[in-house]
Write a protein that binds this ligand. Structure first.
Ligand SMILES: CC(C)(COP(=O)(O)OP(=O)(O)OC[C@H]1O[C@@H](n2cnc3c(N)ncnc32)[C@H](O)[C@@H]1OP(=O)(O)O)[C@@H](O)C(=O)NCCC(=O)NCCS
Length: 195
């Protein structure tokens, strides 16, 4: 795992926007413990619906414990932040691995700032997260989605149409299998720089 440190590691850049000259770039990096204030601002700026879709609860202002989790202070998850040209956090993606019956599963959480949604950033971060999970040997993703979250359900269904779906009282849990294909770029590849 690359999180849970005082050191930020650049991962690359993602192009975001409708295409052509209107594209902008977001920097993708791992978080450091110094990102707590940026993450607090990011969570507080999310719309109530985005917060609810991601955290299944009202989490603004975020607790110290949530901020520690989001900034990787626990060091148990792979976390990616997308930042804008001013350094503000505009996207957060995390994959928390667990060994279940001898196999590595990874629980995925993803949220994009409201004014950046629908510009390709979420699917770009998801692709990066899945590639990194596959490289760690993760064989199954676990995605908890609220039934009303059509956008995320669509993203998952289009990428993993055959993934097993479990319905709980409140949520839908989808468990796509991933493997070497995801690592080799079986998902739509994000634009990446060497930085
Ligand atoms: C879900 C979320 C992470 C997606 O990120 P994003 O940057 O908005 O998504 P992208 O622009 O990369 O992709 C948009 C996708 O949604 C689809 N889409 C857009 N509007 C949609 C809608 N109203 N209903 C269904 N699908 C929709 C697009 O076709 C595209 O899918 P495709 O790549 O398979 O064609 C983001 O919208 C978000 O943060 N939502 C709130 C938090 C959340 O729901 N997190 C997921 C919890 S599991």
């Amino acid at each position: 795992m690359t999180s849970g440190s005082t050191k930020r590691t650049p991962v690359g850049t993602l192009a975001a926007g409708p295409g052509g000259a209107s594209m902008t770039r977001a920097l993708v990096r791992t978080p450091s413990l110094e990102d707590a204030d940026r993450l607090r601002e990011f969570v507080c700026r999310l719309s109530p619906q985005s917060r609810y879709f991601r955290f299944f609860a009202s989490v603004a202002p975020p607790s110290t414990s949530l901020l520690r989790t989001l900034s990787g202070a626990n060091g148990t998850a792979d976390i990616l932040l997308a930042t804008d040209s001013c350094g503000a956090v505009i996207g957060h993606a995390m994959a928390a691995d667990a060994r279940v019956a001898g196999r590595l599963e990874s629980n995925i959480g993803l949220v994009i700032a409201d004014d950046w949604q629908g510009r390709g950033l979420g699917t770009g971060l998801l692709s990066l997260l899945v590639s990194r999970a596959a490289a760690r040997g993760v064989s199954t993703l676990v995605l908890d989605v609220l039934p009303a979250n059509d956008r995320m359900r669509g993203i998952i269904t289009r990428r993993w149409p055959d993934a097993p779906v479990e319905r709980t009282r409140d949520a839908i849990i989808i468990r796509p299998s991933i493997g070497p294909a995801a690592f080799r770029g079986g998902l739509r590849a994000p634009e990446r720089s060497a930085a």
